[in-house]
Design a protein around this ligand. Structure first.
Ligand code: PMP
Length: 418
């Protein structure tokens, strides 16, 4: 069956035809993927795309790298779910601890959503306070506490604050704009806030960087007011450096949430932090968390194998160079007003605007023009996110020939759009 035929069936089976909303943003219908290898995905329609979505972040080595695949296949021979611990969870936790400076102890869960949900409950349990502070346009997953002024698909589909989130819960979530320390100061001074949670680099309203002293200021303010600082590094962990955004900026939170890359493309999440905080999770403490699939052997082995490759450093050199070259070329080619925000192997383009330093700026960008850009690139065989409120990623598979090919295609598309 081709994508159009599959889509006709999917619409009968799934709300909006999909199982995660951003997938329906590819118009007129999503392409169905048959396989992925390296920098490429191949569709059931016989098309080939250079992939800059990369599963929305996890695939920093590209699609199905042999080194990871081999370890998964070996593990499949031994079994994949035991309901009791395996050595693999120790191995992955030790690896994470060796790279993420603030991770003394860890709880593995199955998604970024579960990680931030557990981390927020942990912070509330630890501080005995109930309010939290988040930033508009930061996305922390699809649970009630995170779906207030949320970025990503929640913004794309105009449900930044979702229906179904009880008013009582919304009232426990305070909001500031990213990069606005005065707002944070005021909120922390006037309210008992359990935790300030943020993406240290925003990746769910496009890419937005923390300004000088923003992260430092948050660290100082949360200490002053005895509030915990959570870095949601589900995207940035093991991406903008092997030690995440906290190593890159050298600001260390109390709790870090991880996901995506640490599972090597399989479902995973993790809450990491100071031992005295993490020890509040059950069964050591009284903040409940549990999961049938927590620390499942396949996600563990895929994560271990991925981090082993990252430790060799070449993935960062290739992925970062790929993003740098693309950003430089885009800056050279684009004649219309725009901003590109970029760090490491993640970037995003905002058209029609000179500066994007928070969510309000991102929402003022010319989203229609971005979509046109995405659609034209797709026709040329380049897949960038179908939404302004996502990140363009590169990987270790985006080598020079792939980038040169992408630049040819960019030149064609921009020539036609300018
Ligand atoms: N936090 C951040 C920063 C994310 O980008 C995401 C997902 N894109 C999540 C949390 C939620 O992760 P998941 O989709 O695995 O539930």
């Amino acid at each position: 069956m081709n994508s159009e035929e599959l889509w006709a069936q999917a619409k009968q089976l799934f709300a909006g035809g999909v199982n995660s909303p951003v997938r329906a943003a590819v118009k007129p219908f999503p392409f169905y993927v048959e396989r992925g290898k390296g920098a490429y995905i191949y569709t059931v329609d016989g098309k080939k795309f250079i992939d800059y979505v990369l599963g929305y972040g996890p695939l920093i080595l590209g699609h199905s790298p042999e080194s990871v695949k081999r370890r998964i296949v070996e593990q499949l021979e031994r079994g994949w779910l035991f309901g009791t611990p395996s050595e693999l969870e120790i191995e992955l936790a030790r690896k994470i601890r060796s790279h993420i400076p603030s991770a003394q102890k860890i709880r593995f869960v199955n998604s970024g959503t579960e990680a931030t949900m557990a981390a927020i409950r942990l912070a509330r349990g630890y501080t005995k306070r109930s309010k939290i502070l988040k930033f508009s346009g930061n996305y922390h997953g699809a649970h009630d506490y995170a779906l207030v002024e949320a970025g990503s698909a929640a913004t794309e589909y105009n449900v930044a604050t979702s229906d179904g989130v009880p008013m009582e819960i919304m009232k426990t979530v305070e909001i500031c704009e990213f990069n606005d320390l005065d707002c944070v100061d005021k909120k922390l001074r006037n309210e008992d806030i359990a935790t300030v949670i943020l993406e240290p680099v925003m990746g769910n309203a496009g890419v937005i960087l923390p300004e000088k002293d923003f992260l430092f200021g948050l660290r100082e303010l949360t200490k002053t007011y005895n509030s915990l600082l959570i870095f949601d590094e589900v995207i940035t962990g093991f991406r903008i450096s092997i030690g995440g955004a906290q190593s890159y900026y050298q600001i260390y939170p109390d709790i870090t949430t991880l996901g995506k890359i640490i599972g090597g493309g399989f479902p995973i999440g993790a809450v990491a932090g100071k031992a005295e905080i993490i020890d509040n999770f059950t069964p050591a403490g009284k903040v409940f968390n549990a999961g049938t699939f927590n620390a499942n052997p396949i996600s563990m082995i895929a994560g271990i194998a991925t981090i082993e490759e990252l430790e060799k450093e070449y993935p960062y050199i290739i992925a970062n160079q790929a993003a740098k070259t693309l950003v430089e070329e885009l800056e050279r080619l684009l004649k219309t007003k725009h901003t590109i925000n970029h760090v490491g192997s993640m970037f995003q383009i905002f058209f029609g605007i000179d500066e994007v330093r928070n969510y309000s700026d991102a929402k003022r960008a010319d989203k229609e023009y971005y979509i046109k850009f995405h659609e034209r690139l797709l026709k040329e065989g380049v897949f960038i996110p179908p939404s302004q409120y996502e990140t363009i990623f590169t990987s270790a598979a985006h080598k020079d020939d792939v980038i040169a090919d992408t630049i040819d295609k960019l030149m064609k598309v921009i020539g036609e759009l300018n």
